[in-house]
Design a protein around this ligand. Structure first.
Ligand code: PHE
Length: 353
């Protein structure tokens, strides 16, 4: 019987030696297959005498069952090991940090835009909005720059290949000043619908922030840029009011009081007198330098007339400031093109996680 026991031991060792299911089936064939060792013993039974046959047969059967039992145990162990290793490989570590969602951020120029609206609303200005594709009359003529006026070449214009009702090509607005015309005319029209004259017209106080376009591109100019227009038309609104409003705005925008303002005589067709507004910080890295930030002036009587108002009665000021420019000064940004390069390393600084 030790011979059968040896065979069972051999089979157990052979099964233990394999480490995957296919190899186990090969090992099985060597013992239980058609020409396997156990099968060979069964075949030998035929040559034995009947009384020997029974005892021998029973013994071989026991050995066969032992081999089958070992085979089954090994199968289960291998399947178990395979499952475990697959689960380990596919394991999800639920304690790891999530990848998170890349949240959008607010562009620094838009952040300034929002702040500018908040500041002007807080002192009673409306906020108006209008088309970026503008007609020639509103962008130029109504603002006292008739056709062929040399002042038109102050701004290099992108034209659109479509004519308006007056037969003039549409254009990308070169400044937000056409919003003076649109907003003032809309106020005047709305007032005329309910009241007989303009004597009860409330002051027109508005800012109009938005995109503007010029054929221009370098470190301080982009073909698309942002301005906000300011307009205050009333009955005794002066350049002194402009200075007061603009100084208050700068203090709020830069969140500091050590700012000086200077009005430098200039020329715009739609204001008279006209000024460039310069500012200076009294401290910090830009200390002591005059920085140009805005065009401004008293609205020209011809423009007031185009608003639909009598310039003998209505007077006021307008200004147009660059939002990129103010943003660069607020954050100390040297190159305007950074705003439009789409570099997340730059943009993320304005949206801390
Ligand atoms: N529209 C002028 C510009 O873009 C700025 C300006 C606005 C000047 C209003 C005076 C009054 O350069």
């Amino acid at each position: 019987m030790t011979e059968l026991q040896d065979l069972v031991d051999q089979a157990e060792r052979a099964f233990a030696d394999v480490d995957h299911a296919a190899a186990l089936e090969d090992a099985k064939a060597r013992f239980l297959g058609k020409s396997g060792a156990i099968t060979a013993l069964m075949k030998e039974l035929a040559q034995l005498a009947p009384d020997q046959k029974r005892a021998r047969g029973a013994a071989i059967n026991l050995a066969k069952q032992a081999v089958e039992h070992a085979l089954q145990a090994r199968r289960e162990a291998l399947a178990e090991a395979e499952l475990t290793s697959r689960l380990t490989a596919q394991a999800i570590d639920v304690t790891l940090d999530g990848r998170g969602q890349l949240g959008g951020g607010i562009h620094p120029v838009v952040r300034s835009w929002i702040r500018i609206e908040e500041i002007f609303r807080s002192i009673g200005f409306d906020v108006a909005d209008g088309p970026e594709i503008e007609d020639d009359w509103t962008n130029f003529t109504a603002l006292n720059s008739p056709q062929n006026h040399p002042a038109r070449s102050m701004q290099d214009t992108f034209y659109v290949d479509v004519n308006d009702a007056r037969g003039q090509p549409l254009l990308l607005r070169t400044h937000t000043s056409p919003m003076q015309v649109r907003h003032a005319r809309a106020q005047v029209r709305a007032h005329a619908e309910t009241s007989p004259g303009m004597s009860t017209l409330a002051d027109i106080r508005v800012i109009a922030p938005g995109r503007t376009y010029r054929v221009d591109s370098d470190a301080t100019h982009s073909p698309m840029f942002h301005q906000f227009e300011g307009l205050w038309i009333g009955r005794d609104v002066s350049m002194a009011d402009l200075k007061g409003v603009y100084t208050g705005f700068l203090h709020a925008f830069f969140e500091r009081d050590d700012i000086k303002l200077r009005f430098r005589p200039s020329y715009f067709p739609f204001t008279e007198p006209s000024a460039e507004v310069d500012m200076m910080f009294d401290s910090g890295p830009l200390r002591g330098r005059w920085l140009e930030i805005s065009g401004a002036g008293q609205v020209h009587p011809a423009v007031v007339r185009n608003f639909g108002l009598d310039p003998e009665v209505f007077i006021g000021f307008a200004f147009g400031s660059g939002i990129e420019r103010l943003t660069m000064l607020r954050y100390g940004i040297g190159d305007l093109r950074q705003f439009y390069a789409g570099d997340l390393r730059f943009l993320e600084q304005f949206n801390p996680a």
